[in-house]
Ligand binder design. Structure first.
Ligand SMILES: [Zn+2]
Length: 426
C-alpha cells in the first residue's frame, strides 16, 4: 500500500511489475465473463419477468385466500389469479391433501406454486425446460423445498409431490431408504426392473425417439412387474411416491393384497415398506380389510348380505374404538349405508350414524357432502322437513366454500352453520 497522494508507484524490487500484471489479468477475466454472461442474465430476467412481477404483486398485496393459506400452513401458495383466486377449488384440494398428510406424518415446505397453463406466464426455468423436456404434472425441488403443481392438478399429484418432500425428510435419518426400496424392484436374477438412466432421459426428452422404451412402459406389463403405474417404473423414488398417492386415492385397488394367494407380492412389499417408513398410515391395511368386507356386504345394487354386513359393523366398531383417523368419515358413512339397508325404517339410527360423519377430525369433501345429502333425505323421509331443508342449505354453503377455496373446510366443514341452526352442539 502507498499513500493516496503519492500517485507515483514506489520503485521496488523486480517482483512488483509481475504482481501488477497478474492483477490486471484477473480483472480482464472478470470483464470477459461478465460480458459473456450478460446476454444470458438479460435473457433469464426477461423470461422470468412475468412471474417475478406476479409474485411481487401478490406479496405486496395478497388476497384473503393467500393470507389464510399462509396463516394456516406456514408457507405461501404462489401463482396467478386465474389458478388461485378464480379457481378456489385448487386451494380447497390442496388444503384437504395437506391436512390428511399432516395427520399421517408432519411435514413442511417453503412454498407451493401452481404453474399456469400459458407458457408465457411460466418462470424462466420452466420455459427453458419446455424446450428439451416433457411437461410434468408436478415437481418437488429438494434444494429449495418447493412443490410446483400444474394448473389442472388433482388429489393424486398433490399426494405424490408431498410424498417426495416426506421422503427427503426421512432420507436425512435413513440415507439408505431408496437403495433398500430398490431391492424390491428386481427380477428373479436380481436385475433392476427400473428404467436405466439413459432410458429415463429418453422418457423425459421431447426430442428423442420413445419407441425404444414404449414396450417397457406398457401399463399391463408394469403392473405384472409390481408397478402401480408406468411412471412408477422410472426410478425407485418415483415408484415410492406413486405407491403412496395410489394407496391414498384408491384403497380398493389394494384389496387383492389381502389374500395371501392373490395380489402382487412386490406391490404388497412396497405397501409394507411405505407403512414402515411412515409414509402411509399404520392402519392402512386394516382399513383396506374393512373396506373389503363392506364391499362384500353389497353383492348387488340395493341388496345386502346381512351376515357380511353384521361382520362389517362389528369390525368397524372395533376400528373406530381405537381412535378416529383420516378414514373415520368414510367408515361412519359406510355404517350409515349398511344401517339404511338393514333397518330401512329406522331413521334415527341412520341419522345418528350420518351425524358422526360431520364430527370426524378429517372431513373429506366428498364424504361430508354425501353425508349432508343423506341427512337431508333421512330427515325428509322421517317427516322432519324443516331439518331437511337446513341440511340442504348446509350442503349448498359447503359447496360454496369449497369453490371459494376455504382452507378450513376439511377441519370444520360447515359445522358453524349447523351449530347456529341448533343441529350440532358447540
Ligand atoms: Zn415424482
Amino acid at each position: 500500500m502507498w499513500p493516496f497522494w503519492n500517485r507515483k508507484r514506489p520503485v521496488g524490487p523486480a517482483i512488483q511489475p509481475k504482481m501488477y500484471v497478474r492483477k490486471k489479468q484477473r480483472i480482464s477475466l472478470k470483464v470477459v465473463l461478465g460480458v459473456a454472461l450478460m446476454p444470458i442474465s438479460l435473457g433469464y430476467c426477461l423470461l422470468d419477468a412475468p412471474r417475478f412481477y406476479n409474485d411481487l404483486k401478490h406479496k405486496l398485496s395478497p388476497s384473503t385466500q393467500r393470507v389464510e393459506f399462509l396463516e394456516k400452513f406456514g408457507y405461501p401458495i404462489k401463482g396467478w389469479t386465474d389458478d388461485i383466486e378464480d379457481k378456489g377449488k385448487n386451494i380447497s384440494i390442496l388444503a384437504e391433501v395437506i391436512h390428511r398428510e399432516q395427520m399421517e406424518r408432519p411435514f413442511s415446505l417453503n412454498s407451493i406454486r401452481i404453474r399456469p397453463e400459458s407458457i408465457m406466464l411460466q418462470g424462466a426455468i420452466e420455459k427453458g425446460n419446455l424446450l428439451v423436456k416433457e411437461q410434468n404434472g408436478g415437481t418437488y425441488t429438494k434444494s429449495t423445498d418447493n412443490i410446483m403443481l400444474s394448473h389442472n392438478f388433482g388429489w393424486s399429484v398433490a399426494h405424490h409431490e408431498i410424498a417426495h418432500d416426506k421422503i427427503a425428510d426421512i432420507l436425512k435419518e435413513r440415507p439408505g431408504l431408496l437403495e433398500e426400496y430398490a431391492k424390491i424392484g428386481v427380477d428373479k436374477e436380481g436385475k433392476s426392473l427400473y428404467l436405466t438412466s439413459d432410458e429415463r432421459d429418453i422418457f423425459w426428452s421431447r426430442w428423442r425417439d420413445k419407441s425404444t422404451i414404449e414396450h417397457k412402459l406398457d401399463p399391463e406389463l408394469c403392473y405384472e412387474l409390481g408397478f402401480v403405474s408406468s411412471y412408477a417404473r422410472t426410478k425407485p423414488e418415483e415408484d415410492l411416491a406413486e405407491v403412496c398417492a395410489y394407496a391414498k386415492v384408491n384403497p380398493d385397488s389394494f384389496i387383492a393384497l389381502l389374500d395371501p394367494n392373490k395380489g402382487h407380492k412386490k406391490v404388497k412389499s412396497k405397501i409394507a415398506f411405505a407403512i414402515d417408513a411412515g409414509l402411509l398410515s399404520k392402519r392402512y391395511m386394516e382399513y383396506v380389510a374393512l373396506k373389503n368386507v363392506y364391499n362384500q356386504s353389497f353383492p348387488g345394487k340395493n341388496s345386502i348380505d346381512s351376515r357380511k354386513a353384521q361382520v362389517f359393523m362389528q369390525m368397524s366398531e372395533r376400528y373406530l374404538a381405537s381412535g378416529e383417523d383420516e378414514y373415520a368419515g368414510h367408515i361412519h358413512s359406510f355404517r350409515a349405508m349398511v344401517t339404511k339397508l338393514l333397518h330401512p325404517h329406522d331413521y334415527n339410527l341412520r341419522y345418528t350414524e350420518l351425524l358422526k360423519v360431520l364430527d370426524v377430525p378429517f372431513k373429506q369433501m366428498t364424504v361430508y357432502q354425501s353425508a349432508m345429502r343423506g341427512l337431508a333425505e333421512t330427515c325428509s323421509k322421517a317427516g322432519a322437513t324443516k331439518r331437511a331443508s337446513v341440511f340442504r342449505e348446509a350442503s349448498i354453503l359447503h359447496e360454496k366454500r369449497w369453490k371459494a377455496g376455504d382452507v378450513n373446510l376439511s377441519y370444520d366443514g360447515v359445522n358453524d352453520f349447523l351449530v347456529e341452526k341448533g343441529i350440532l352442539k358447540k
